[in-house]
Design a protein around this ligand. Structure first.
Ligand code: S3P
Length: 179
């Protein structure tokens, strides 16, 4: 861990369906932190769904909203921030997140991800003739970015509660006072 970092927050990154939102809520409870979710914030502020933003304005417009938000969230303290799956693939976003948060990546295999997202329809990137292939391809492209997180936790064989405990523990270890 780099010296002088302000770990006043915890950010969860990772692919769609790795449990960032559900696990983030549990971690926030455990740490007595506020829970924020970048997708939710974008939807509340624009009054539009992410699917609508992608469809009408295109993905680059959504990425610009994400980028602005990452800058703005630097003012937070005591927050668990769940981020959209593509957010850390912009290296500036990842670098900025690291200035104010411990960045924890939730990892899952493509098979597990498919199992978790197959009955959901709100993610525009998975509106594809072959969503399983799309997951494999996107995950392979994004893995180098996700690996730059401070901590990587595999969620395949763990319950949400177990993962949340691991995340909270990692945060406590990273922020414990050094003598
Ligand atoms: C995206 C993931 C989604 C959402 C948008 C794009 C991505 O968030 O930000 O649909 O690029 O992987 P979740 O990871 O919360 O599903």
């Amino acid at each position: 861990m780099q010296k002088g970092r302000q770990l006043a927050n915890l950010a969860l990154v990772g692919f769609m369906g790795t449990g960032k939102t559900s696990i983030g809520r549990l971690v926030a409870e455990q740490l007595h932190f506020r829970f924020l979710d970048t997708d939710e914030l974008i939807q509340t502020r624009t009054g539009r769904t992410i699917a609508d933003i992608f469809a009408k304005d295109g993905e680059p417009a959504f990425r610009a909203l994400e980028k602005n938000l990452v800058g703005e969230l630097a003012a937070q303290t005591g927050a668990v921030i769940a981020t959209g799956g593509g957010l850390p693939t912009n290296t500036e976003n990842l670098a900025q997140l690291k200035t104010y948060a411990l960045v924890v990546c939730l990892w899952a295999s493509p098979e597990k991800i498919w199992e978790r997202v197959r009955n959901q329809s709100h993610r525009p990137l998975l509106h594809d003739p072959d969503p399983q292939k799309k997951i494999r391809e996107l995950l392979a492209l994004r893995a180098p970015f996700y690996r730059q997180a401070d901590v990587l936790i595999n969620t395949d064989l763990r319950s949400a509660r177990e993962v949340a405990q691991q995340v909270a523990l990692q945060f406590k270890l990273a922020t414990r006072p050094t003598r």
